[in-house]
Design a protein. Structure first.
Length: 74
């Protein structure tokens, strides 16, 4: 089983979370959406697996490089 840490490519505000820990996700499925300079930026699962941790919550202000989620694959 592999662990993938999903890091943010930009800072912003967490607008919406679409999954919770324990959810099964498919590659390409939207996990959460950031609001960045009044634009919605969706983050998707890089692989299929189980979301083991969601390290952000709606309305959080986040920074580039911050870990947002941990996905267990395999």
């Amino acid at each position: 089983m592999a662990t993938i840490e999903i890091e943010l490519e930009t800072g912003g505000t967490v607008w919406k979370t679409l999954v919770k820990p324990g959810d099964q996700v498919s590659e390409g499925q939207e996990l959460f959406i950031l609001e960045v300079m009044k634009m919605e930026v969706p983050y998707t699962a890089p692989a299929s697996g189980t979301l083991s941790e969601l390290l952000i919550a709606e309305t959080d202000v986040v920074e580039e490089g911050q870990k947002a989620a941990i996905l267990e694959t395999g």
